[in-house]
Design a protein around this ligand. Structure first.
Ligand code: AGP
Length: 609
């Protein structure tokens, strides 16, 4: 899930590519590299770590050329070293690659026997050597790429240059995303539109099995089997959002504080107060069609999977429709039981998560109707769905999802109302109540944000902990999972979330005086049971932080710390608990001096399996 950028035109390629890579760093920041071609001279610069290191290197060792390719890496095969950084060079051929070549070991053995010398541990380097080998036999860059691609198994988006054909740039794609921006005789290539949209709005979206050959100011599209195809650019009318911290020390804190507005955005223009319903035209489904689904199936990964889990609680409770929640990477490989009577709902902030996209395609092959919940406009998942509910969270830069998650929860709440009104399980009065509850939510999120100082105190107290447990029941269970994930990914403290009632079936063995247990105890139907679970922890010497609802002075009496979260009703309070747990993870990470926006080993958009 690396980011790739290519350029061919009349400008100096380096700044164009570097600007593009900056917009793609969310795809990985283990290393970065760039290659330009200038009158047959190939120059490569590579640097481990974030893009800023490559920028520094380019200042010391500038390079020029009007054709170039660049890469920002999330390491899969091989450590984040200079040798493993892209671009990779095999003979005369240079490539940048996003994806995974699954048969690279066999190809590498074969090529090594033919005399190719490999310097990296990556799967990607094999592509450059393979094309180079094929160039020797075919004498044609284009044919060599076609022949090589036929031998490659796995996923790829590639930009390829060859010293032997120094006026040509070739691009190919299968499984990993790739777009081409066109402006006269200039071509901008990238994994994602935001990287190039400041240069042009005329975009061609590459499909699997396609390649593009840029030469002499023109472009020719074909399949990798050499069959020429016509592709028309489409005009992209959305504006790129600017990544600005607006006075915040980092993007994560800014995005946490943007949640009241983000929630207003996700509901804007969608509420039909009088009808107790919501307007979700983008589903492209009328009431009768909505009623025709026998079941719903969410597919998602990570935080989006936690949102899906909350969706299950909401939809089964209020709409009485059976809901499955599938981890996308598991779903696609087990011949899932979906049919034309299943509404499949992929949830994804980026809309590019490879596993979720593959799950969507698997469901589509089985005739399921697909309505996705996405944040990024025109992303692959959005484009391939029959309908999309956009979460309108705006640009999320922090790798740890915050506003993307809470807007997903609100979008799911809206979907619940829509489904329940369509099948009659939510009547007019209930629908009106559910909509009314939404109006208070942004203000309640503001109020929850005011707990920051108390939360910081808690983080200080448990800063030396190695582990933490998060407990919740019912609709709070997915929020416990999400709280634990937030802590893990940005502070590197091991944390697990459990349904509170499961503790006694194993995890309670972990409890000792060094183990903070964050207990989600909203004022809902589970409160009495949660209090008992809290007692079980206290009895065993565990440290308890009780997250209770405002006005509940009973639950936290025996806890070490108590946080009072505003009460927004059973269905919406999880949004507020999620915000408090974001702040908790944030404070832990900041106090530990961690980079909250770009935590180690992670990437914002996970475009490999
Ligand atoms: C959460 O903080 C992570 N960034 C991660 O779990 C993320 O939710 C997951 O990779 C799925 O991403 P998506 O929503 O873009 O599909």
């Amino acid at each position: 899930m690396c980011g790739i950028v290519g350029y061919m035109g009349s400008q100096d390629a380096v700044p164009v590519i570097m600007n593009g890579l900056k917009m793609l760093e969310y795809r990985g920041y283990d290393s970065a590299g760039i290659c330009t071609m200038d009158s047959g001279d190939v120059e490569i610069r590579r640097s481990p770590g974030k893009l800023v290191n490559l920028e520094r290197l380019l200042k010391e060792q500038p390079m020029r050329g009007t054709i170039g390719i660049g890469h920002t890496r999330w390491a899969t095969h091989g450590k984040p070293t200079v040798a493993n950084a892209h671009p990779h060079k095999g003979g005369s051929v240079v490539v940048v690659h996003n994806g995974i070549i699954e048969n690279y070991l066999a190809l590498k053995d074969e090529l090594s026997e033919q005399g190719h010398i490999f310097i990296s541990e990556t799967d990607s380097e094999v592509i450059s050597h393979l094309i180079d080998e094929k160039m020797d036999s075919t004498g044609s860059f284009e044919e060599a790429v076609q022949q090589a691609l036929k031998m490659i198994q796995g996923a790829y988006a590639l930009c390829i240059l060859s010293k032997k054909d120094d006026k040509t740039l070739i691009v190919a794609k299968s499984g990993s995303p790739m777009v081409i921006g066109i402006k006269g005789n200039e071509y901008f290539i990238a994994s994602d539109m935001p990287a190039i949209i400041s240069n042009t709005r005329e975009m061609i979206i590459m499909e699997d099995g396609e390649m593009a050959v840029f030469r002499n100011g023109g472009v020719k599209f074909s399949t990798i089997y050499g069959v020429e195809i016509a592709k028309e650019p489409r005009y992209i009318d959305w504006s790129p959002l600017k990544a600005e911290k607006n006075g915040y020390p980092n993007f994560m804190l800014k995005e946490i504080h943007e949640q009241p507005q983000a929630i207003k955005n996700v509901v804007a223009g969608r509420l039909l107060e009088d009808e107790g319903n919501v307007f979700l035209e983008e589903l492209h489904l009328n009431d009768e069609e909505l009623r025709s689904f026998e079941r719903l199936c969410f597919v998602a990964c990570g935080t989006s999977w936690h949102a899906a889990l909350m969706g299950k609680y909401l939809i089964e409770e209020y709409c009485r429709i059976p809901v499955d929640v599938e981890i996308a990477s598991e779903f696609r490989y087990r011949d899932p039981l979906v049919s034309g009577k299943t509404l499949v709902i992929p949830i994804s902030q980026s809309g590019e998560t490879a596993d979720t996209l593959a799950a969507l395609r698997e469901a589509k092959n089985k005739n399921a109707h697909i309505v996705s919940i996405c944040n990024v406009i025109d992303s692959s998942i959005a484009r391939e769905s029959d309908g999309v509910i956009y979460t309108r969270a705006g640009l999320e830069i922090g790798v740890a999802s915050t506003k993307a998650f809470t807007t997903q929860l609100v979008a799911l709440y809206l979907l619940t109302i829509r489904l329940g009104r369509a099948n009659g399980s939510i009547d007019l009065k209930k629908g009106q109540e559910m909509i009314a509850a939404l109006s208070e939510l942004p203000a309640m999120v503001e109020k929850t944000l005011e707990l920051d100082l108390q939360i910081e105190e808690i983080a200080c107290e448990y800063l030396t902990s190695w582990d933490a447990i998060y407990l919740g029941r019912g609709i709070s269970f997915p929020i416990a999972l999400e709280g634990a994930l937030k802590l893990k990914e940005i502070s590197y403290i091991h944390a697990d979330g459990y349904p509170a009632g499961e503790m006694k079936h194993g995890p309670i063995a972990l409890i000792d005086r060094d183990m903070p247990v964050f207990i989600l105890a909203p004022n809902d139907r589970h409160l009495v049971k949660v209090r008992s679970n809290m007692e079980e922890v206290i009895t065993r010497g565990g440290k308890v932080v009780a997250l209770c609802s405002e006005g509940d002075f009973e639950t936290g009496k025996r806890a070490d710390f108590t946080l009072h979260i505003p009460w927004a009703g059973e269905a919406l309070s999880p949004v507020l608990f999620a915000v408090a747990l974001q702040l908790l993870a944030y404070n832990f990470a900041i106090l530990k001096g961690k980079d909250v926006d770009q935590p180690r080993n992670l990437a914002k958009s996970v475009t490999v399996e």
